[in-house]
Write a protein that binds this ligand. Structure first.
Ligand SMILES: [Zn+2]
Length: 235
């Protein structure tokens, strides 16, 4: 029994040691090495936050320095009309190696891509709360008369198109509702920035929000649906 406890503790000790080394690498080593690959961690502030510690702990929060400048400019534009609103960041990129995708996002492989949350309202007022713990997977789907890109892609055999539904980590804040006004204001603030290359949002939301801009593109059926988040990328 004592021998079993000893070996049990050794195993537990190994986990603690591994986790400790992992944390040191994540918080101290990786941020210092990433600039060699032209990347740095997302810079958060009162107006720019990460949806969850998960992204930091898994090193999915790295971008090129220009993306941090872009985010700061988007936030300052967005906050002119909504001073309390926050840009909530989701998946960005890994810290190293171009062309190494951040699954399930095939294109998040060069430090130029970032996903951010849609905006929601609580009792008619804009809120920074989101409907899932991860920030992904609770969709603002097409209404009955809206164009349904999701059905088209799934019918074509692109089974992965709504794969985020398995990645919510749980639904929360069920009393919040999608904010058309807030999301449109956020997309407009993004589109005002010259360094933005492309923005992806699901076609039915693009139409519902009256968004017309050449930088808003359809991401293709090989990607994942974009009615739970907005994708933006640098030129
Ligand atoms: Zn994306």
């Amino acid at each position: 029994m004592i021998i079993l406890m000893f070996f049990g503790n050794m195993k537990f000790g190994k986990y603690i040691l591994f986790f400790g080394i992992y944390l040191i690498c994540t918080y101290y080593v990786v941020p210092r090495v990433a600039p060699l690959f032209g990347r740095e961690p997302l810079i958060t502030s009162k107006s720019i936050v990460s949806q969850s510690l998960f992204y930091r702990l898994t090193n999915r929060n790295y971008v090129r320095p220009e993306m941090n400048v872009l985010l700061r400019d988007i936030a300052s534009e967005f906050n002119k009309n909504y001073p309390e609103a926050q840009i909530v960041c989701l998946d960005a990129n890994f810290p190293f190696i171009n062309k190494f995708p951040l699954l399930p996002h095939l294109s998040h492989n060069d430090g130029k891509k970032l996903d951010i949350s849609l905006m929601y309202a609580l009792h008619g007022n804009l809120t920074n709360k989101k409907p899932s713990i991860s920030g992904y997977g609770v969709f603002e789907g097409p209404r009955s008369r809206e164009y349904n890109q999701i059905d088209r892609c799934k019918t074509k055999g692109n089974w992965q198109y709504d794969i985020q539904k398995y990645m919510t980590f749980g639904s929360v804040n069920e009393d919040i509702k999608f904010s058309e006004i807030g999301t449109k204001a956020l997309v407009d603030a993004i589109l005002k920035q010259p360094s933005v290359g492309k923005v992806f949002i699901e076609p039915h939301l693009k139409h519902r929000l009256g968004l017309k801009h050449e930088k808003i593109r359809f991401h293709g059926c090989q990607a994942v649906r974009h009615d739970d988040h907005i994708h933006l990328q640098l030129k």
